[in-house]
Ligand binder design. Sequence first.
Ligand SMILES: Cc1cc2nc3c(=O)[nH]c(=O)nc-3n(C[C@H](O)[C@H](O)[C@H](O)COP(=O)(O)O)c2cc1C
Length: 204
Amino acid sequence: MSGNPIGPDVSAGAAAEVSASADPADLLGAWLPENDDPVRPLMTLSTVSASGYPDARTVLLSEFDDSGFYFHTDSRSRKVADVTANPRVALTLIWPGRQLVVQGDATRAPQEERSWAYEHRSRYLQVLAWLNTPEFAALPLERRLAEWAEFSHAHPHPAPPVTWDGFVVRPVRLTFWEGNPETASRRTEFQRTPSGWSTAILAG
Ligand SMILES: Cc1cc2nc3c(=O)[nH]c(=O)nc-3n(C[C@H](O)[C@H](O)[C@H](O)COP(=O)(O)O)c2cc1C
């Protein structure tokens, strides 16, 4: 562990510094795990509601490709209402010594991708997608345990519920933050332009 007061551990960022001339797609390839890696990164998904208040919550990065960053959720959720009212969102991913902040536009993921993502969710998360309702949450613990066990037993390979939803965030701005225990942290920012990406180096 380093003595840097920002973040849990900035020592990991010291070795390979982001170059301003790098292709952001290459950087994302290096920073993000493969899509078939069962350990998924966590992202803080920030949205702005129709009333103008920001909100934020943790979601899994299900997948990343040339279209952007995918997350999956329940179509009845608050975040889906927010994204429907205002597709401009932010994603924050953090690792020891690194942070990636994405601003972008969320659109509904294609049907095939949503099915792929459900199939690749753990069994626990597949069941959760069915039972994660306000009615279920309001039940006493014994009922929640019993109904969970009953559903799991009756549905060894559940299909996605109709409420299974997914979005892809197409980035318009990518900010790569790197810590360095021996000097100041700094950010390399890529802004989408009609002709490609413009780059800026910013203080951390
Ligand atoms: C570690 C972790 C991972 C989570 N992953 C997801 C996810 O991938 N999709 C999701 O809808 N909710 C996920 N949640 C739950 C959300 O943070 C949130 O509580 C829920 O989706 C309701 O959010 P909303 O009311 O703002 O829509 C996760 C929570 C935690 C703590």
